[in-house]
Design a protein around this ligand. Structure first.
Ligand SMILES: [Zn+2]
Length: 119
């Protein structure tokens, strides 16, 4: 299988191991300023999800399902979920992360993370 690169950088505290994404100036647990840059790795586990009906400009869907998922190396990322209804989803399920256009702004594709439920 082709390795999927998610070009997101998360920041792992070198002292206590807590992962921050997005970046914080100091570790939220131990206040250290010493971070290691890491990328999300592997599949992800869906932690929470919700449907959004009032979308900003740049989306051509009627609604979006978004969620937060935790990668195998513990990086938590918010992204769109490829599902027609939240009825298809449950917390704890495995989702396949992909990096692809999520919206259009000024005629340009904006890339982001999408999660595809594994059936
Ligand atoms: Zn820390």
């Amino acid at each position: 299988m082709k390795k999927r690169e998610i070009p997101i950088i998360a920041f792992k505290c070198k002292k206590c191991g807590r992962i921050h994404y997005p970046f914080h100036d100091r570790c939220l647990t131990c206040l250290s300023r010493d971070f290691e840059k890491i990328h999300p790795q592997g599949n992800a586990k869906l932690l929470t999800f919700s449907a959004i009906f009032n979308l900003p400009w740049g989306f051509d869907q009627r609604f979006l399902i978004i969620g937060i998922a935790e990668f195998e190396n513990k990086v938590k990322v918010m992204g769109q979920i490829k599902a027609d209804s939240i009825d298809e989803l449950q917390t704890g399920m495995t989702v396949l992360p992909t990096w692809e256009p999520v919206r259009v702004k000024d005629g340009e594709n904006i890339y982001g993370v999408k999660f595809e439920p594994i059936k």
